[in-house]
Design a protein around this ligand. Structure first.
Ligand SMILES: C[S@@+](CC[C@H](N)C(=O)[O-])C[C@H]1O[C@@H](n2cnc3c(N)ncnc32)[C@H](O)[C@@H]1O
Length: 431
């Protein structure tokens, strides 16, 4: 930021961007403002200037929008864990739906039936987080990074984390303070299953014998699995914690009589409560079994196994070998190995697929589907459920699918990530 410029400015918010930030202008330049709603007059703390654009956050609202809702967390907007707390839940969901519709309209794609946004818990829903660690003097901070900063937010609990994880923040500060490597722990990953939690502590220097003893004691005292990670994610190694099968990290999908184990570094849905609904809706959207069903980007089998439970024969493809190992193990654990096959595949390319698929579910990363994959699928199926975490790529892929003869017959926004900018969508494409 140029030093001569003021640190605070007052301005009118005239719009909103795709991440829920208010849009305005200073000195003829665009600015994106966290914690600001269209129509509001706000005092903005300037945080960054990049490629001719400003970024900031409203630290005082001088004229409030009637839609404004008091932020329930005192650390908002400084803490980067949440993007939006200035809207009440239903208003936040409608804003996300409006964003989806705007992107679809810009792609020239119409939804035949738009279902109302699907809501789950607004607070204490999040079962995974990567928290930063930073020493301030002798005292470690453990928390989300601050908005647009590398600094770690000062927090002792969190409104969006599941209480079993939020309750570990203070004990983790005490743990880190006692480690010989306290200045070489950049982050701790936290993951909670239905009953158990796992922590992955990244360390940049070797642990001393005293560190190992302290970590073991922490794992015992708080009943968590503790993994240490000296290098890349593949170096995460279990140091201590419950390893007996019944207490493995995992979650149940009771409506389908399933239990799925996972490793803390696997992709899993962070909102396990609303995931139950999403899974049920995907299974319903695909209809009754009709030949082979494909689950692409299948992770640990979150959709494949419920489909298999309802009688589908499922082919699951996924790029992460660890997830595929877990998917196979989960099929065996639930007595479904006879109905599912799982393989590692890089789905940026068109995979080797059977000539005909009764139905397909895709759940790609934010980058969406590659053109090669869309074309490979369009020749093989007439029914495709698309679970998306990025409405921009969803709208682009929807256009491509429409050009290949598919109609977007149904869509809904799922509020899997309340208070963040993420928008989860389930769309059903039929031909
Ligand atoms: C949004 S997650 C969906 C996982 C699963 N469907 C679920 O509900 O838990 C996306 C998945 O795509 C996988 N992935 C990312 N890039 C990939 C690629 N190029 N080829 C295959 N899989 C990939 C990730 O490992 C991750 O498991």
């Amino acid at each position: 930021m140029a030093r001569r410029l003021p640190q605070f400015v007052e301005l009118r918010i005239t719009g909103v961007d795709g991440d829920g930030r208010g849009l305005g202008e200073i000195e003829g330049r665009p600015i994106r403002v966290k914690n600001a709603l269209p129509g509001e007059w706000v005092r903005v703390r300037l945080l960054r200037r990049q490629r001719g654009e400003w970024w900031g956050e409203a630290d005082a609202v001088l004229e409030a929008s009637p839609a404004r809702h008091p932020a329930p967390c005192p650390r908002f907007p400084r803490c980067g864990g949440c993007a939006v707390q200035q809207l009440e839940g239903a208003a936040e969901r409608l804003a996300k739906q409006a964003r989806l519709l705007e992107l679809l309209a810009a792609s020239g794609v119409e939804v035949r039936k738009l279902r109302p946004p699907v809501a789950g818990p607004s607070y204490h829903y999040r079962t995974k987080a990567r928290l930063g660690v930073r020493l301030v003097g002798d005292a470690p901070l453990v928390g989300f990074r601050e908005h647009l900063s590398n600094r770690v937010a000062r927090m002792d609990d969190c409104l969006v984390l599941t209480p079993r994880l939020g309750g570990l923040i203070e004990p983790l500060k005490v743990l880190v303070k006692g480690l010989s490597v306290r200045d070489a722990v950049p982050q701790i990953e936290l993951a909670a299953g239905d009953a158990e939690c796992a922590l992955v502590l990244r360390h940049l220097r070797p642990l001393s014998a005293g560190d190992v003893a302290a970590l073991r004691q922490f794992a015992r005292r708080f009943g968590v699995a503790l993994l240490t990670q000296a290098g890349g994610p593949q170096t995460a190694t279990l140091l201590a914690g419950p390893v007996a099968r019944k207490r493995r990290l995992g979650y149940a999908i009771p409506a389908f009589g399933l239990y799925l184990n996972f490793h803390p570094s696997d992709f899993t849905q962070v909102n396990l409560a609303l995931n139950q609904r999403l899974v049920a809706d995907v299974v319903q959207a695909l209809g009754p079994p009709n030949g082979l069903t494909a689950d692409l980007f299948c992770g640990i089998g979150n959709f494949a196994l419920p489909l298999a439970r309802r009688g589908h024969r499922v082919l699951g493809l996924e790029g992460d070998p660890g997830c595929i190992e877990r998917a196979k193990g989960n099929a065996a654990l639930n007595g479904l190995s006879g109905r599912c096959q799982f393989f590692v595949a890089d789905l940026r390319k068109a995979p080797a697929l059977p000539a005909r698929l009764g139905a397909v579910v895709v759940d790609p990363p934010r980058s969406g589907l590659s053109p090669a994959l869309v074309e490979a699928l369009s020749g093989r199926t007439d029914r495709l459920a698309y679970v998306s975490c990025n409405p921009v790529t969803f709208a682009g892929d929807a256009r491509h699918l429409a050009d290949l003869g598919f109609q977007l017959t149904e869509a809904a926004v799922y509020d899997l990530f309340p208070h963040t900018a993420h928008i989860e969508t389930l769309g059903l494409f039929e031909r």
